[in-house]
Design a protein around this ligand. Structure first.
Ligand SMILES: Cc1ncc(COP(=O)(O)O)c(C=O)c1O
Length: 303
């Protein structure tokens, strides 16, 4: 059972989480006409009266862009201010996750994006590790990631997550922890809520933006960190068979952070993961504001 933060932002004001409720006739519920974000926050280990949010600006920018696909103008600056106020009101004392969502809030039927009311809400919950930090097993999903010509993959649109949900349940019900989805070209794409990286001969490889991946903020962070550590990075299409012989594979995302993969289908991967470990240590230090080089990635809020 989730532990929700007590205050939510809903219909332009802050209200108790339990009072933030919607009608069964809400348009978004029927047609998936919503888009969301997800970011992590922690109390600063050096000063718990400060809350640290990782790459707040990028998360707000992506949500604002996602809102455009819903025919809704919501600026990144407005989202940012509401999230800052949300954190101040909730004063979280442990690691947590913020879920902002834009959606067609009008009541009624007929799928469309024009002439239908929109709303924006934010709530939060306490969150520790989303996946086992010591490594997970993955199945290659029988479900394929959508393609951009029929779905706006540059947005984080709620309706897309039926595919993630199908893939995750298929994986778990067949004995795996997580699913890796191929794209419509049959190339490696991403997991159900994480981007994917491989290490081969010391080089870090991830499917490029032309492979229908979500523009993950952790993905971007990992690539930037790797370059600064002198690790060669390559964004290109990746074949399924490369996964099975990779030296290291990991998934990354806001919830999953950097999660090593120890098995894909019947292929066991090495337990030696020097590159994953290096990137993980660095990312953790950055999110805890312990790395002066990346201070501008960490937004600090006094509570
Ligand atoms: C489908 C999908 N891919 C990748 C990611 C990773 O993105 P981020 O690092 O911005 O959390 C997510 C998580 O939001 C996701 O839902």
């Amino acid at each position: 059972m989730h532990q929700f933060l007590p205050i939510a932002y809903f219909q332009n004001r802050f209200v108790p989480f339990k009072d933030a409720n919607i009608s069964i006739a809400t348009h978004a519920l029927h047609y998936g006409t919503a888009a969301f974000g997800g970011m992590r926050g922690i109390p600063d280990p050096q000063n718990p009266s400060q809350i640290l949010l990782f790459r707040l600006d990028r998360h707000c920018q992506r949500l604002s862009q996602s809102a455009k696909f819903l025919n809704y103008e919501l600026t990144a600056e407005k989202i940012e201010q509401i999230i800052i106020d949300f954190v101040k009101k909730n004063k979280p004392s442990t690691s947590f996750y913020i879920r902002p969502l834009v959606y067609s809030s009008g009541l009624g039927i007929a799928p469309r994006l024009h002439k239908i009311e929109k709303d924006f809400f934010v709530y939060g919950l306490e969150m520790g590790d989303y996946l086992a930090a010591d490594g997970i097993s993955c199945r290659i999903s029988s479900w394929y990631r959508q393609e951009d010509r029929s779905f706006p993959l540059r947005g984080k649109i709620s309706a897309a997550y039926i595919t993630s949900a199908l893939a995750k349940t298929e994986a778990v019900e067949s004995g795996f922890d997580e699913a890796i989805l191929m794209n419509s070209q049959g190339k490696v794409c991403e997991a159900t809520g994480m981007n994917i990286f491989l290490v081969r001969n010391g080089r870090l490889i991830t499917p490029g933006f032309d492979q229908d991946v979500l523009e993950g903020i952790t993905r971007d962070s990992v690539l930037t960190i790797a370059k600064s550590l002198g690790i060669e990075t390559i964004e290109r299409s990746v074949d399924k068979s490369e996964l099975f012989i990779a030296d290291e594979v990991f998934l990354c995302g806001t919830a999953a952070k950097i999660t090593p993969v120890k098995q894909i289908e019947t292929f066991k991967l090495s337990g030696e993961r020097p590159v994953t470990q290096k990137l993980r240590d660095k990312l953790f230090a950055i999110t805890e504001n312990k790395d002066p080089q990346y201070k501008d990635w960490v937004y600090s809020i006094g509570i």
